[in-house]
Design a protein around this ligand. Structure first.
Ligand code: AMP
Ligand code: MG
Length: 552
């Protein structure tokens, strides 16, 4: 029996239990479904879907929904009370067992370039959109379950998600939002009460793992690949419908669609993408799978898979073992990959514009706008008033080279750098060792801090303090500025793994603790200082901490 078609649905007439009333108060307005062409075939079987932006499909009911955690902030965005979030109905609805009135579940059709190669139709293989709500401030939010069962786009996979990857997506979405990085959000993390088989490193060692569902929330989940699929198939009428819909819904300030407006739209997508990448580079985030199907048209961080956080600063690092050979998606390559992905989007929307040159010009502009935004960001990380090319280009280049000389924790380095007090020291006459002492906490291997490293670091610190001094701001102001952009707490890979280890034993406390900790990533939280420390040595090579695959 399909529960979704039974009377198990929550109907507005069931008004006895308050939390249900509150869930029922969600107001749905499913424009994606009502305004765009859908798949006429309503059978949930795997196939190529042509001429349609989505297929109607229901989540697969599960055995025993159980709420693990929810985000209070996202609940607030949606207008859901604590009582509603802690009700039984909430766990039922957000694992996909029940539908609320007004929900119209569907999976989106999209394609994409994976690791540089066109992969054809991908689509929501394990994501099911429940519908769009309009909150009390007239803002629109799409609710999407990840791991709620197969769809026509599931290809050979099962449509499910396991607890470990769901914990990672849930915590990281919220951590990123609190860091001020554009991202999709996560309302809830639930267990399904069912087991899912996964071969974590694709090496012939499959294991049963707890099944889980994350309810993701964003104004839209439209991807670069959502446009690519229609261009690749020559379905230009659908391409135009989706582009016009996106303009109307997500970029209304740009006005009525026309070739000029499509160009302005592309320019804004380039700018938003650049800003998002600048933020990733600021906080040390590595997405891990920047395929074009994982690029949001809104410039939101999307699809948290084998992502990771830099512990020691290493531009060549990627957490994704599936990408170990080419390291296409390594930290330092992210700006260039975003550019490449934008070029694929440009190719896809070219038929709407019909001229190569203006599209190429906008695309070329990405490099400059990224560079300018990155420079300003680096100046802010250093607490400077503004980036001054004459001095700061060389200062930053040397800083980044210096950070790779000895394994240096990026997060700790910038927090400690803010403590340096030029007024107390006389940099010109202070020795390297004394100057560096606030920073020593950032180094992983003390023996790597050789006399040569000390000399180079000391020289840089003197240059930096001299440069900062010319801005005429007090050390306290500089520190305050720096601490507002250099987080003290990030979701270090090992921390997520500890939360997963406990959750797999049925203990969810660390998930709640980390969710709470990461609400205020820039604040000193003295009682939680342990989470601001370097990655422990045991985590250096442990799967889940330094190595992750696409298996999730
Ligand atoms: P990802 O690597 O997570 O971005 O996924 C790439 C494509 O594979 C997307 O179309 C996903 O929907 C699909 N996919 C990933 N995992 C599964 C799964 N377990 N079941 C069905 N489809 C999946
Ligand atoms: Mg994806």
């Amino acid at each position: 029996m399909n529960l979704l078609e039974s009377t198990d649905c929550i109907f507005p007439s069931q008004t006895s239990a308050k939390p249900q009333e509150t869930l029922n108060a969600l107001r749905f307005d499913n424009r994606f479904v009502s305004e765009l062409p859908g798949d006429p075939d309503i059978l949930n079987r795997r196939r190529q879907v042509s001429g349609a932006c989505y297929s109607l499909v229901k989540p697969t009911p599960v055995a025993a929904p159980r709420l693990v955690a929810y985000s209070r902030e996202v609940a607030d965005l949606l207008g859901l009370s604590t009582q509603a979030c802690e009700s039984d109905a909430f766990a039922q609805v957000f694992t996909g067992n029940r539908l609320l009135p007004g929900m119209q579940p569907f999976a989106m059709c999209y394609g994409g370039h994976q690791f540089g190669n066109w992969a054809g139709q991908l689509g929501d293989g394990r994501a099911i959109n429940l519908g769009e709500i309009v909150n009390g401030h007239s803002r629109r939010w799409m609710l999407q379950l990840k791991g709620a069962g197969p769809t026509p786009y599931s290809r050979t996979a099962d449509g499910l998600a396991v607890l470990r990857s769901s914990v990672r997506e849930f915590l990281c979405s919220e951590a990123m939002a609190h860091l001020g990085v554009p991202t999709t959000r996560a309302l809830s993390l639930t267990l399904t009460g069912e087991e899912v088989e996964r071969d974590m490193f694709y090496d012939g060692h499959p294991k049963m793992e707890p099944g889980a569902v994350v309810c993701r929330v964003a104004p839209s989940f439209t991807r670069f690949g959502s446009f690519q699929i229609f261009a690749a198939r020559g379905e230009l009428d659908v391409l135009k419908q989706l582009a016009d819909y996106t303009l109307r819904t997500d970029f209304p300030h740009l006005g009525e669609p026309s070739p000029e407006v499509y160009l302005q739209w592309f320019e804004e997508v380039c700018r938003r993408t650049a800003d998002m990448i600048v933020d990733w580079m600021r906080v040390g985030f590595v997405h891990g799978v920047m395929n074009t199907d994982n690029m949001s048209i809104l410039g939101l961080t999307l699809d948290y898979g084998p992502y990771g956080w830099l512990d020691n600063y290493d531009p060549d690092w990627t957490p994704n073992t599936t990408d170990a050979a080419g390291r296409r998606y390594r930290f330092g390559h992210q700006p260039a990959i975003a550019h490449w992905n934008l070029a694929q989007l440009a190719n896809a929307i070219y038929p709407l514009i019909g001229q190569v040159e203006p599209l190429q010009a906008v695309l070329d502009g990405y490099a400059g706008s990224y560079r300018d935004a990155w420079r300003q960001m680096m100046a802010r990380k250093l607490g400077l008033n503004a980036f001054e090319p004459a001095t700061d280009e060389a200062l930053i280049t040397e800083l980044l080279a210096m950070l790779t000389l000895a394994e240096t924790d990026m997060t700790i380095f910038f927090r400690r750098l803010a403590r340096l007090e030029a007024d107390d020291l006389s940099p010109a006459t202070t020795g390297d060792e004394a100057l560096m002492s606030p920073l020593m906490e950032a180094y992983y291997v003390p023996e790597q801090v050789t006399p040569a490293v000390r000399r180079r670091t000391g020289d840089w610190l003197r240059r930096y303090l001299e440069r900062a001094g010319r801005d005429n701001i007090s050390p306290r102001t500089r520190r305050r500025r720096m601490n507002a952009v250099n987080p003290k707490y990030v979701l270090r890979n090992y921390m997520a793994q500890l939360a997963i280890d406990k959750a797999e034993q049925g203990d969810f406390t660390l998930i709640h603790d980390l969710l709470d900790l990461l609400r205020r990533p820039y604040d000193e939280q003295p009682e939680k200082e342990g989470y601001a420390a370097k990655r422990p040595d045991w985590a250096r090579r442990r799967p889940g901490c330094s190595m992750l695959s696409c298996s999730s």
